[in-house]
Design a protein around this ligand. Structure first.
Ligand code: ZN
Length: 411
């Protein structure tokens, strides 16, 4: 197969988060999937003779986004929990569909924070299914770049269905962590909500043991945190990030800021649940009591992100698709939610791009630089000012023609 021709994107606006306003009239030359140069359109260097020129007038170039909280093997929707019990072969197909949705929505990187355990037919061992997805996608340049946490590690009585690894004390926790890393997990995911809402599942010392083990092997540790007691244990134990952080207080966020602990926000799930009051018949979404409960949790979650933001905590963001009810192409919804909490639109977009890259320890993720990968996409509108522009994807530079979204100007 002939290599793709170099491509020149001419006269676009650029949103690179280096400044809070767009750079206009920019041209970008792409060859071999990398950015050869990025210059003012009025000052383009000579282009190769076989170049393909794309008139990008009216569109805006954005770095490929980072969905920092995703579950690649699960579909989401209002029955998201039930779907975790589907047969592994079906979940692998779901992952392919999700890979497609992510790419077309401008998401270049997905950080998988938990997938069900399933028997690997090659050796009969049970391991996290997303590890197989990572392997499949490694050689497919169109697919999202992924980092995978393995499966959830939780206390017994919390995560049902036998999908996760259970550990009820320090030694069991260390063993579970060690098994995950040996299976090939890129980082670890602890579930810091316990069977009782007012108690953390493990002690600070137990969790610190896991953090030391993982850091010693060059891996990070993240923790699901729905309640304050668990958040406190995770922060004191030195985890690298908290997922959700639905119940933080001012002491917690101050310590996170001091230590450099990331918060990965997932606020759009409340918007999604609110929409189910209209689209489903499930009592927990449609009943007055259910709606009130969701509204209360949402308010508290928004307050937590506001506290973190004001304290200077680094905020990355994700959809929680699959492990929650969103779908894989909904990251724009989360950016909108962050703006609603008070982040400036360009800061919220930075959370969905370069902050996610920092969290992953991938300096090229979520950035556009000369010489770097051509991991950008084009939308209509100014995403530094209006997060809804992220829904209006026109082209995705890293996708092969057959996988690109249908071209259209959007509205
Ligand atoms: Zn999740």
């Amino acid at each position: 197969m002939a290599p793709p021709r170099p491509t020149l994107y001419r006269d676009a606006a650029l949103a690179d988060m280096a400044s809070p306003s767009l750079r206009k009239s920019v041209s970008v030359l792409v060859a071999d999937r990398r950015i050869t140069w990025l210059r003012p359109t009025s000052d383009e260097p000579p282009v190769p003779p076989n170049v393909r020129i794309i008139d990008a007038g009216g569109s805006t170039i954005i770095p490929g986004m980072v969905d920092a909280h995703s579950h690649l093997t699960l579909p989401g929707g209002s029955h998201w929990i039930d779907r975790g019990a589907d047969p592994p072969e079906e979940l692998l197909e779901v992952a392919e569909h999700n890979g497609d949705l992510l790419g077309r929505a401008g998401v270049r990187w997905a950080r998988d924070v938990g997938s069900p355990l399933a028997v690997d037919p090659r050796d009969g061992q049970r391991r996290a299914l997303a590890l197989r997805v990572r392997e499949r996608w490694r050689s497919d340049l169109d697919r999202p770049r992924v980092r995978v946490a393995g499966t959830w590690i939780g206390h017994s009585g919390v995560l049902t269905g036998g999908l996760a690894i259970e550990a009820d004390d320090g030694p069991a926790l260390l063993k579970a962590a060690s098994t995950q890393l040996e299976d090939g997990a890129d980082f670890l995911k602890l579930y810091l909500d316990g069977p009782k809402k007012e108690e953390a599942p493990w002690s600070t010392e137990d969790v610190r043991g896991v953090v030391e083990l993982a850091h010693g092997r060059g891996a990070k540790v993240t923790a699901h945190s729905g309640f304050l007691v668990g958040a406190r244990v995770g922060i004191d134990a030195g985890v690298d990030s908290l997922e959700h952080g639905f119940e933080l207080d001012s002491d917690a966020v101050a310590q996170m800021a001091r230590q450099g602990t990331f918060l990965v926000s997932t606020l759009a799930i409340f918007r999604s649940w609110a929409s189910f009051a209209q689209t489903t018949t499930l009592p927990r979404f449609v009943s007055d009591e259910g709606k009130e409960r969701i509204a209360r949790r949402r308010e508290r979650a928004i307050e937590s992100v506001q506290l973190a933001y004001r304290a200077g905590v680094r905020i990355a963001t994700g959809t929680d698709f699959g492990g929650g009810s969103l779908r894989a192409n909904h990251l724009a919804w989360e950016v909108e939610s962050l703006v609603e909490t008070g982040l400036k639109p360009w800061e919220a977009l930075a959370s969905a791009t370069m902050r996610g890259g920092e969290l992953l320890g991938e300096p090229e993720a979520g950035r556009i630089v000369e010489g770097g990968p051509a991991d950008f996409f084009l939308v209509h509108g100014d995403p530094l000012d209006d997060p809804t522009a992220l829904w209006r994807v026109w082209r995705v530079a890293w996708l092969s023609e057959s996988r690109r979204p249908a071209s259209g100007p959007g509205t």
